[in-house]
Design a protein around this ligand. Structure first.
Ligand SMILES: NC(=O)C1=CN([C@@H]2O[C@H](COP(=O)(O)OP(=O)(O)OC[C@H]3O[C@@H](n4cnc5c(N)ncnc54)[C@H](O)[C@@H]3O)[C@@H](O)[C@H]2O)C=CC1
Ligand SMILES: CC(=O)C(=O)O
Length: 321
């Protein structure tokens, strides 16, 4: 008999329920258990999604459950916790969401869970680090969604600008999933042709300065959406499904996830957005790009911002016991 893949989703708010919907529609997992403090909302979502099963691919099972269901999960995806209010940064959420994570990750581990964690709650790089520390799992089995969404936003905006299918635009955002992130222009290309070459061959259509505006729109996209509708969820939900598929289907896909660094890019003991090869074992390998000097500096600064924010919490939770 073929092995059943189970995903346990913790947090079924805007992001979690959108992820559940996208996962069901793409038929990526065999089982999805939904867990949330808000029992009514989560149970209602499970009922509602079950009614879509006749229209979904394959045979899938969805239910509202509890932490004991995490024991047999291959993947625990955490989207629980506070989101940003207009004007708040992701880093502003760090204290309250770290407390929530201590409770959640401890409960998951008590179930006997021995799979892979995927974290999306903000500030995602720091909460991925916290998940790794609270869980005691090997670092390659704890993955943050990192800059997966920012990279998708960049590819979309470049595709719009150059009028080329987003799937043929290859460009990464690295660093913090947040205000200090950076675009890796030195490796950005449209179907293999560097964005700079593309701009230079069509000077009447394209300008290098436009790349700055494109990046600023990527970096500030969450603020623009939150201002309009209070939260962002569809983009990240689809990104999380992409990541889930790369893991459960052992794809060895390159995705800009939040990965634990041990000297790569000159940093260690930190989770931060980098391109990495992802498969059934989690993060197989961090991909080392040759960044230019400006990008190297920006990456170092971004890591510095994360360290500075994280330091008091690491002391509080792990050093002052
Ligand atoms: N990584 C990324 O690219 C993105 C991350 N996010 C982040 O995702 C997180 C969730 O955002 P939304 O879904 O919009 O928030 P939401 O408020 O709609 O949902 C949060 C859910 O967490 C649940 N929850 C809170 N404490 C819990 C606990 N101790 N145990 C179980 N469930 C608990 C709540 O009941 C609620 O259903 C936020 O931190 C947000 O910033 C949002 C978009 C993109
Ligand atoms: C909220 C958030 O992290 C985003 O949309 O990028």
């Amino acid at each position: 008999m073929e092995r059943v893949n189970r995903v346990a989703l913790i947090g079924t708010g805007f992001v979690g329920s959108s992820y559940a919907f996208a996962l069901l529609n793409q038929g990526v997992a065999d089982e999805l258990v939904m867990i949330d403090l808000n029992k009514d909302k989560s149970e209602g979502d499970a009922m509602d999604l079950n009614h879509g099963l006749p229209f979904a691919p394959g045979s899938q099972r969805i239910w509202f459950g509890d932490y004991s269901d995490c024991k047999d999960a291959d993947l625990v995806v955490i989207t629980a916790g506070a989101n940003q209010k207009p004007g708040e940064t992701r880093l502003d959420l760090v204290e309250k969401n770290s407390k929530i994570f201590k409770e959640i990750v401890t409960s998951v581990m008590k179930s006997g869970f021995d799979g892979i964690f995927v974290v999306a709650t903000n500030p995602v790089d720091i909460l991925t680090y916290m998940t790794w520390k609270f869980s005691g799992l090997p670092s390659h089995r704890v993955i943050g969604s990192g800059t997966i969404l920012d990279t998708a936003r960049l590819r979309y905006l470049l595709s719009d600008y150059f009028n080329v299918d987003a799937r043929n635009v290859h460009a990464y955002i690295m660093g913090e999933h947040g205000d200090s992130e950076l675009p890796v222009w030195s490796h950005a290309n449209i179907g293999g042709r560097s964005v700079f070459d593309r701009i230079h061959e069509r000077p009447s259509d394209y300008k290098v300065e436009d790349l700055d505006d494109i990046f600023i729109n990527v970096r500030d996209a969450a603020y623009h959406i939150i201002q309009r509708k209070g939260a962002t969820y569809y983009g990240i939900a689809m990104g999380l499904v992409r990541l889930t598929k790369a893991i459960l289907h052992n794809e060895n896909s390159v995705l800009t996830v939040s990965a634990y660094l041990e000297g790569e890019y000159g940093e260690d003991d930190i989770y931060i957005g980098v391109p990495a090869i992802v498969n059934r074992s989690g993060i197989r390998e961090v991909l080392k790009l040759n960044l230019d000097r400006v990008e190297e500096d920006q990456f170092r600064q971004s890591a510095g911002v994360l360290r500075e924010t994280m330091e008091p919490l690491v002391q509080k939770f792990f050093e002052n016991k």
